[in-house]
Design a binder for this molecule. Structure first.
Ligand SMILES: [Zn+2]
Length: 489
């Protein structure tokens, strides 16, 4: 009987914006090791047939909600632990890298490249490395050079996260059993777009990703993947990419070139997933629309400070515009604002009896941009413990419930609203710090607008002060010919 394959699993998973003043520290991460790490993967319990006769060795996995750039000390500690574990438990036949691909670390401009270089220095050149990534990650030349298989999600919103990790693991096992290092080809596509222009629910991203199964089914191709890239980090690696891997060098290079050309050819067709406007424009439309029951609840995404993309989660701009509306203050429109993070504000009022009058400054502590901390005067409506947000409160001002949380979180699920006593379908208007609506909210929404609000993940990327991007890149530059040559390996 052949000896089982030995495959290490680990990685650091975060999407972090260099334009957000938030610093992602060790406290923001959930770290798993040992059996808890193996338990992440449902294809291991019970093991799928392809995953048996493999020693899966958990190394370390650290994961956080998107945020600002990562504290370099936290990053170095985890990197060291990963390397130490690999030395201790090695040698290995392969490694599954479970990463996002858009981790910014203060002082580094290719964090995943740094991590994989360090991992290679310990693993040696022989083991195969397979990376499972988010399509909002970036593929730097260094990351590509040190991995043998790379793939990413094929849907946004991401509903194929676990399928992707399983595919990356299965392709790794298959390649090791074949005993042939895969051929690979990378085409960088000089396009940088906000995620909210590239939802696979709509064209052209839907059609672009729909080409993958046909191309992947060809002889000699193992996997093809398209990265949209990450627009909110000012790093040379941030741009679109296509990678194909395969058992035949020509078929692999052709697959990457073909998808890269389709991506580039579609560049002018990308547009926002929902109608957009300033916060005031969106409120004008929404406050008229809420008269029509079919359009309720009307959703507005406060997209520039979306914690799901790396925003600080405490910019008060949209809330201030909302509170300026008489229909909100006089209670003729019932609305929810979800949410602001402010642990101090929560601590000041959460122990008061429900119904108490409160007067408290909220938000604007991490990202103090205009208008900064805002005074809320209302009544304490609800207090709850949320698994993500910690202790949370709802403060009622006129017709508006303002949610304030102790930790950064995103109100992407209806159950989080219910914890603070709100059934979304019973209100007229929901303003939420998010980009495109996650599936539950999308299904609940009578209608929806994307407000191009200011913040660390401003969707109007032409307003961002980039200095280090590789140029030219569309749409910041428009009049140039793209070099879509495949880099192969
Ligand atoms: Zn993503």
């Amino acid at each position: 009987m052949p000896r089982p394959l030995r495959i290490a699993i680990g990685g650091i998973h975060i999407e972090s914006s260099t334009f957000s003043p938030h610093l992602s520290t060790a406290d923001d991460f959930t770290v798993t090791r040992g059996n808890a790490l193996l338990a992440r993967y449902d294809w291991l319990s019970p093991a799928q047939p392809w995953a048996t006769d493999v020693d899966w060795v958990p190394v370390l996995h650290a994961r956080a909600l998107p945020g600002g750039a990562v504290d370099p000390e936290a990053y170095r500690l985890w990197r060291t632990e990963i390397l130490d574990e690999l030395v201790k438990a090695g040698p290995f036949d392969g490694m599954l890298l479970d990463i996002h691909g858009a981790m910014s670390v203060v002082g580094l401009d290719d964090a995943e490249g740094d991590l994989v270089t360090a991992i290679r220095s310990v693993l040696g050149p022989e083991p195969f490395v397979s990376a499972a990534m988010d399509l909002h990650g970036n593929v730097s030349p260094v990351l590509f050079a040190h991995t043998d298989l790379l793939t990413c999600y094929r849907t946004a919103p991401h509903v194929d996260v676990w399928e992707t990790r399983e595919r990356a693991a299965r392709n790794l096992v298959d390649a090791l059993r074949r005993g042939q290092r895969p051929h690979k080809a990378l085409v960088h596509v000089p396009i940088l777009l906000p995620g909210e222009m590239t939802s696979t629910r709509i064209e052209p991203a839907r059609g672009l990703y729909a080409r993958i199964p046909e191309i992947e089914a060809r002889d000699g191709v193992i996997d093809t993947a398209i990265w949209i890239g990450f627009a909110w980090a000012d790093e040379p690696r941030c741009r679109g990419a296509v990678v194909a891997t395969g058992t035949d060098a020509d078929a692999t290079a052709r697959a990457a070139r073909e998808l890269g050309e389709h991506f580039w050819a579609a560049r002018e067709e990308f547009s926002f997933v929902a109608p957009t406007g300033s916060m005031d424009d969106c409120l004008d439309t929404a406050l008229l629309a809420t008269a029509d029951p079919a359009l309720r609840p009307f959703f507005i995404s406060d997209s520039g400070d979306n914690p799901g993309a790396g925003g600080a989660d405490d910019v008060t701009y949209a809330l201030e515009r909302l509170l300026a509306r008489p229909q909100i203050r006089d209670g003729s429109v019932r609305a929810v604002y979800a949410s602001l993070v402010d642990a101090d504000a929560v601590a000041q009022i959460a122990d008061l009896p429900i119904g108490s009058p409160v007067r408290v400054l909220v938000g604007g502590r991490v990202d103090p941009r205009d208008p900064g901390p805002l005074r809320l005067e209302g009544t304490l409506e609800a207090v709850a413990e949320d698994p993500a947000g910690g202790r949370c409160v709802s403060v009622r001002v006129g017709g508006l419930s303002v949610f304030v949380t102790s930790r950064r979180m995103q109100y992407s699920q209806l159950s989080s609203y219910r914890r603070l006593g709100i059934a979304v379908d019973e209100v007229d208007l929901v303003i939420v710090k998010i980009g495109y609506l996650e599936p539950e909210l999308f299904d609940a929404a009578g209608d929806w607008l994307l407000a191009l609000t200011p913040g660390g993940v401003d969707q109007d990327i032409e307003r961002l002060p980039y200095k280090n991007l590789a140029r030219p890149v569309f749409p910041l530059d428009r009049d140039f010919a793209a070099d879509l040559t495949a880099v192969t390996g």
